[in-house]
Design a protein around this ligand. Structure first.
Ligand code: GDD
Ligand code: MN
Length: 381
């Protein structure tokens, strides 16, 4: 009995000493991964070398990559407590992965770096030191003196430059490389921005900067963008679209929900399709007005459904049989919306208002109905 208590006493004293002599955690490095199995080992090696002067941890956030990235990370983490894994299932998205990784750590400074070794990890320590020295945010930049985009094709370079210019004008940020996904931020600055984050798509840095309630003090550290170590890029046209959505959300999104804006834009496009089909059906197919108008309604509604499914509700996209049942519900809901549109327009017109005001109010009520109801039924979460 006595012997046991004595052991217990020494064990506890040992633990307390170990804690007292350990450096407090200084930096968390968040590394989002999707199909990066052959990069994570090399990444960890390079972090160990680059960060040997501070106490750090790495948090991989893997969206259940089919290539077994998570298993590879677990293997490495089993023998190094600084390596951690947040394994997400049933969710994807770079920005949200990064945010969850950041929140899984208590480190006072958090950095984000890609897993494919395109970002130069040897400047991580400078990024950390810049924040430690007082900046809210330190950004690895490809577009300042000493930085470069490396060996990109002229096409990709010009897309990147155009995006950079667009972001800088629309959002009025001073960042030389607002599209960068390589930075370190002070936790307080991060927490202040989080509640207002859009978390759409890829551009988490831009999102944080424009969501911050106050102007952040920013330092930039140039680096040269490298070639991917292994695997393939996940950047595709959908990502470009998400970038456009982020810009919309951060500008007019304050007044109109971005999704409604998208839905209405698709509806506007549908109107053009409607008129085109109507013209064709009347002048070339020589249908009666009634059949031509009906054909135009069906074609434009169907088109709108598929476009909304790909763009507006990309994150809740319907597939397989659901794609078909969704179409039916979309027809029914928008059919009612159309009836409401006509009915309300008629009422207002009968009340003595001018034709265009009556038409406009009818259309507005119809589209709000269509948007509200399809978002809870056709594309419910
Ligand atoms: N967890 C998770 N979920 N990770 C993801 C996802 C996702 O849905 N999509 C991409 N990633 C990870 C990749 O595994 C990689 O580690 C990192 O995010 C960047 O993805 P890449 O596919 O390598 O993107 P890129 O090279 O085209 O884009 C890079 O350059 C941009 C600037 O042009 C990234 O650094 C961007 O952040 C940067 O803005
Ligand atoms: Mn990459």
């Amino acid at each position: 009995m006595f012997a046991y208590q004595k052991n217990d006493f020494f064990d506890r004293a040992y633990d307390e000493l170990a804690v007292a002599f350990a450096e407090p955690l200084q930096l968390a490095v968040v590394i989002p991964t999707f199909n990066e199995r052959d990069n994570v080992g090399e990444m960890v090696e390079r972090l160990r070398r680059a960060l040997r002067d501070i106490n750090w941890e790495a948090i991989f956030v893997d969206d259940n990559s089919p290539d077994g990235t998570a298993a590879r990370i677990s293997e490495i983490a089993a023998s190094d407590p600084r390596i951690r894994l947040v394994h997400r299932v049933g969710r994807v998205g770079l920005s949200s992965a990064v945010v969850e990784g950041m929140l899984a750590s208590i480190a006072p400074v958090v950095a984000v770096i890609d897993a494919d070794l395109q970002h130069d990890e040897t400047i991580l320590l400078s990024l950390y030191r810049a924040v430690e020295a007082g900046s809210d945010l330190a950004v690895g930049t490809r577009y300042a003196d000493g930085g470069s985009i490396g060996s990109w094709s002229e096409q990709r370079a010009s897309v990147s430059r155009a995006g950079t210019r667009l972001a800088r004008t629309v959002l009025g940020t001073e960042l030389s490389d607002p599209m960068s996904g390589f930075f370190a931020i002070r936790r307080e600055a991060l927490m202040a921005a989080l509640p207002r984050l859009s978390s759409i798509g890829y551009k988490i840095l831009l999102d944080i900067v424009v969501s911050s309630p106050r102007q952040l003090s920013i330092q930039e550290v140039p680096y040269t963008f490298r070639e991917r170590f292994s695997g393939v890029s996940k950047l595709d046209t959908a990502i470009l679209l998400e970038f456009a959505l982020l810009l919309i959300d951060k500008t007019i999104g304050r007044y109109i929900p971005t999704r409604f804006f998208m839905f209405a834009a698709v509806g506007g496009f549908g109107l053009l399709v409607h008129l085109a089909v109507l013209a064709f059906a009347l002048n070339f197919a020589h249908l009666s007005f009634w059949s031509a108008q009906a054909a135009a309604v069906v074609v434009s509604m169907t088109g709108n459904y598929f476009i909304n499914n790909q763009l507006t509700y990309r994150d809740r996209r319907r597939k397989g049989l659901g794609l078909f049942t969704g179409l039916i519900s979309f027809y029914l809901i928008c059919g009612l919306g159309g009836a409401a549109n006509v009915g309300i327009g008629e009422l207002i017109y009968a009340d003595g208002q001018t034709w265009w005001l009556a038409g406009l109010i009818g259309a507005a009520v119809g589209s709000v109905w269509n948007y509200a109801v399809t978002s809870c039924l056709t594309w419910r979460r």
